[in-house]
Design a protein around this ligand. Sequence first.
Ligand SMILES: Nc1ncnc2c1ncn2[C@@H]1O[C@H](COP(=O)(O)OP(=O)(O)OP(=O)(O)O)[C@@H](O)[C@H]1O
Ligand SMILES: [Mg+2]
Length: 494
Amino acid sequence: MLSDSEQHYLLKAVEAFRRRMIVISPDFKLLASNSSPAGMQIGDVIGKHCHEVFYERPSPCLNCAVEEAAATHQPALRTNDDESEDLGKMTCFYAYPIFANGEIEAFVSMEFNLPIQGGIEERLQRTNTMLRKLIESSVDAVIAADRKGNILVFNDAATNITGYSRNEVLETGNIRDLYNDDLAYKVMTDLRSDEHGGPGKLKSYRIDVMSKDGEEIPISLNASIVYAEEREVATIGFFHDLREELKMETELKNTQLELLQSEKMASLGKLSAGVAHQLNNPLGGITLYTNLILEDYELEKDAREDLHRVLRDAERCRDTVKELLEFTRQTRHFMKSNDFNQAITRTLFLLERQPLFHNIAIEKDLSEALPMVTCDLQQMNHVIMNLILNAAQAMDGRGTLRIKTALKDAGERILFEISDTGPGISPDILPRIFEPYFTTKKEGQGTGLGLSLVYRIIENHNGQIQARSTPGEGTTFTIEMPATINISGDGNDD
Ligand SMILES: Nc1ncnc2c1ncn2[C@@H]1O[C@H](COP(=O)(O)OP(=O)(O)OP(=O)(O)O)[C@@H](O)[C@H]1O
Ligand SMILES: [Mg+2]
């Protein structure tokens, strides 16, 4: 037993001790402490869990020395050099078990900061390795450069995006190599303005980076200037590759276009089919009653001729209705063998009576040897219709429309060509005509979707479409596609 005086001095010693010294129960509850966190009295913390009071953790710390002492019944030491705020020091936790009748009654735990053995260099080296690993594991390209643009940091993702190896870049590379023309200058200027995420920062900044083989890679860049003692020493950028995202966006947009188009075609089809059906009954009536009059009455010759004329016109109406029904027949999208020439003739039959075509000479050169073509008839009708309409619109209803079909590659492929004598397409807009929404027509007269859909449809049929034009003379659209495409399963829902 300690004397009163010894107990007195021991208590004084604990109070004088500058480090945290606590006594805790085996279930981590504070029994005594020589200190408390800022803003709390010692009395407030007694009875509470030490990990809650000192570390705001709901459960014991991962690296707890007390746990080890509890397991081994021996004093334990754990070190932690990540928690120390002092670069050259590491934090040490000591835990001593206190026994009563051979059982652990409590633990004394103390905390010290000790200088790291091996020196500050070792610690720095470890930190550097850690940082390098972090940069390496980044999914985005991380590229840092000094003020002259010499590249200092270049991770694996940067190699994947740009095609440059780390070595070639670190030896001779300059950040300007990654940018086209004046882009490097623009990026540096914008980095210093406060318009793109604050001065010295760029946030989600859209640029195209030049890869080693000259490909332009779309990037979202987050970058900042690195300062040391208020002096600018470097820039660091995180380059996020947008290719996948943009590809998905385009696919989505194309799917939307197709949906829009098929909806348009479907409602147009339903409308025409409805009108055609409605016309069929009265047409039947006209034919029937005209025939009855011709049979039942003694009529003058002129009257009979007039009635025959009525019959002929009614038959023509019936033919038109039949073609219209055939053209708009509602089918699911599916591929089967179709007579391509017949599809052209049918579309022309419907169009050539329209006022727009009254002053257009139509020259047909349809190959009789054309094989049956595997295609989605409804989509092909749409292709033919769009190209003929574009030509007629370009000629403003006056000129010559030539339509040709031919065999290619010993019958394996077919060629479909449509030419007009319109004003042609100037070379600067020619590359853009297949883009969705590109139109030179006035608002309300064209959506600019026609040719983009034609392009998609031909692409879906493994074919190619090309436009040639001589301004002032006319335009020719040429389609080439395989005559037969192997299709798995038959989607026929006739
Ligand atoms: N035969 C042609 N002659 C001259 N220019 C053409 C011809 N075909 C297409 N173009 C040009 O290509 C553009 C795009 O054609 P596209 O069919 O995609 O859209 P649009 O005809 O303008 O609109 P929509 O097809 O929706 O009515 C047209 O606006 C026109 O400038
Ligand atoms: Mg068009």
